[in-house]
Design a protein around this ligand. Sequence first.
Ligand code: UDP
Length: 235
Amino acid sequence: MQYKRILLKLSGEALMGDRQYGIDPKRLAEYAKEIKEVVEKGIEVAIVIGGGNIFRGVAGASNGMDRVQGDHMGMLATVINGLALQSALEDEDVHTRLQTALEIKEVAEPYIKRKAIRHLEKGRVVIFGAGTGNPYFTTDTAAVLRAIEINADCILKGTRVDGVYDSDPEKNKDAIKFETITFKDVISKGLKVMDMTAFTLSQENELPIIIFDMNKEGNLVKLVSGEEIGTIINN
Ligand code: UDP
């Protein structure tokens, strides 16, 4: 196996499937099945989940809401998604723990690094909810932060697009995909992979990021088995 411990970042929007809002149970079940296969290969899996399918602080602020208030709502949205994913994984008999950066102790464990690592070592999937616990950050930043803290080998960012392109492949059919690219080149070419806070944190800590299409069945399993899927961003 290429990796021993991975951090999978799933956006909230990914959970919507074909819907405009919320969670598509079918999509969730598909993800749970794929994650189970990875766990069965003996790979330790941590997951950071977004909340964009429910609420984003920026969207609230653009309608006049206080940004911090909105970000708290966004972080709670990630906890809702985390609970849904936990439930879907348990339906597949995968052992899980949800840890949150904001304490909601009746619902989930608080984030404690040592505990998270212990769970991973025991083969449990650990889902990190509530982002970093701070407003003005994103769940991409939370994903990089947690990945560094738990010493993950890499971040696998599952998206709708199958990698990093020199221009938007949804707008330009001649867009060229990179198999690998350096952090420096992503910045100098002005390519959008993650927000800058997340991206530079990853770069400074030499944590590789792999961007891949999570909606193509079997991709996650192929990726962890060493197939070259998506784009690897490295130093
Ligand atoms: N959020 C936050 N701090 C964090 C992570 C997330 O305040 O550390 C809030 C923020 O409002 C964000 C929302 O939670 O818009 C949902 O997260 P994100 O937009 O990253 O989700 P995704 O785009 O991955 O679905």
